[in-house]
Design a protein around this ligand. Structure first.
Ligand SMILES: [Mg+2]
Length: 412
């Protein structure tokens, strides 16, 4: 690399550094064994080498990380072309020991002299860009920019604040009612996380990704589960009802073995039965080993928990999951609801999902219902369960109590 930089300086050329990291390589090692993992690394090396010119350098840094140094470049596009070719090539299946293995790679790209003039900085930049491309999804590339670097610095700051937030118990839950149109009453709540940072409440969108990446969510959630379950227990006792609570579970939480025990322990502490708890999972979860996930879900179900597939319709192959996974509820994403009943497509999608739910014997909860018009349309089309501002925004514990007290007075 040093040689490439000196050369480029003399000839006023560019050097590009590409940082490659295979996506979910650990899964291959874990499920197929290290021997297959090693063979795959060798084949990946060969494919990458085949796409570079003899002047370029391809090396394996360690694990599933590869580095490519492209020398004597006269234009930036060349590195992008190579990155695209590598991504395409590595996404084709590998045939190893009579097994078909699929993988993909994420690539970060940086340039000398624009982004840095020494090895250390270039390596760091390429790593930052790679990290970013991974966050965007498997099988993509990203080019380093200063903004990207600032973004990462912000994330590091956020990470430090979040660590303190756990210690200081700055997280709390808000609860949004889930409404039964047949019974005309609230039947449960979805628990939604909030972060109280210096008096301002932050929504999960702004911090959850960092907590997931650093696995902080695992630590934060076990304490929160107890407070969520205790609150629902209290509601049921106070109002003589059988409200259920829907809890969002991230793939990161689901992936650790302690999750199951944490749930059971939280139930015991709060004296709540599992039948009052619904676990909301998203399709992201199923990108992992689907057989293993299915077993885990079935185990939770047999314990009494119900399982909801969240953000339904926004993923890419939801129907397959319905077929193979034990799922009790579907939550139709709000994006299909906003333009009801005026958008023909949304009407068609909503009607189809409601029918699908009926045929699969799965409850459909329609999210993001905000207007009476949307509600009437849904009711006419056989929808039983809704959630959204029409019923109520997510509320603090205190506000839930006064909301339910008012509801109870109405029915008297
Ligand atoms: Mg949810």
């Amino acid at each position: 690399m040093h040689h490439a930089i000196v050369n480029a300086k003399t000839h006023k050329h560019l050097v590009s550094v590409l940082f490659l990291d295979l996506d979910k390589f650990k899964n291959i090692n874990d499920t197929l064994g290290h021997d297959i993992g090693d063979l795959l690394l060798i084949e990946v090396g060969k494919r990458v080498q085949a796409l570079c010119s003899p002047n370029d350098t391809v090396c394996r840094l360690g694990g599933d990380e590869f580095l490519i140094i492209l020398e004597d470049l006269t234009h930036y596009e060349k590195a992008i072309t190579v990155a695209k070719e590598i991504i395409a090539s590595l996404s084709k299946p590998f045939y190893l020991e009579n097994k078909i293995i699929s993988t993909s790679t994420s690539i970060g790209i940086t340039y000398y002299p624009n982004d840095g003039d020494n090895i250390k900085v270039l390596l760091k930049n390429a790593d930052i860009a790679m990290y970013r491309s991974k966050a965007r999804g498997a099988g993509s590339y990203e080019i380093y920019t200063q903004e990207l670097s600032d973004l990462i610095k912000e994330m590091v700051k956020l990470e430090e604040r979040l660590k303190k937030a756990i210690e200081r118990n700055e997280f709390l839950m808000h609860y949004q009612p889930i409404y039964d149109l047949h019974k005309q009453e609230v039947i449960g709540f979805e628990a939604l996380m909030r972060w109280n940072y210096k008096g301002t409440l932050y929504y999960p969108d702004s911090f959850l990704h960092v907590m997931e990446e650093n696995k902080m969510i695992i630590e934060a959630s076990s304490a929160l589960l107890v407070s969520i379950f205790s609150f629902i227990k209290k509601l049921n006792d106070t109002f003589q009802k059988e409200f259920f609570i829907s809890v969002n579970v991230s793939p990161v939480q689901f992936g650790v073995d302690s999750f199951h025990d944490n749930l059971i322990e939280a139930l015991e502490i709060s004296a709540l039965e599992a039948k009052y708890v619904c676990l909301e999972v998203t399709e992201n979860l199923f990108l992992e080993n689907i057989q293993e996930i299915s077993t885990k879900l079935a185990r939770l179900q047999s314990y009494g928990f119900s399982i909801a597939l969240d953000d339904f319709g926004t993923g890419y192959s939801s129907l397959k999951y319905l077929k193979v996974l034990p799922i009790n509820k579907l939550k139709l994403d709000r994006i299909f609801v906003q333009e009801l009943p005026h958008s023909k497509n949304d009407v068609a999608i909503t009607q189809s999902v409601l029918a699908l739910g009926q045929n699969f014997n799965v409850q459909v909860i329609v999210e993001g219902v905000e207007t009476k018009e949307q509600c009437t349309f849904l009711e006419e089309n056989g929808c039983q369960f809704i959630q959204g501002y029409l019923i109520s925004k997510p509320m603090s514990e205190e506000n839930v109590l006064s909301f339910l007290t008012k509801e109870a007075e109405k029915t008297l």
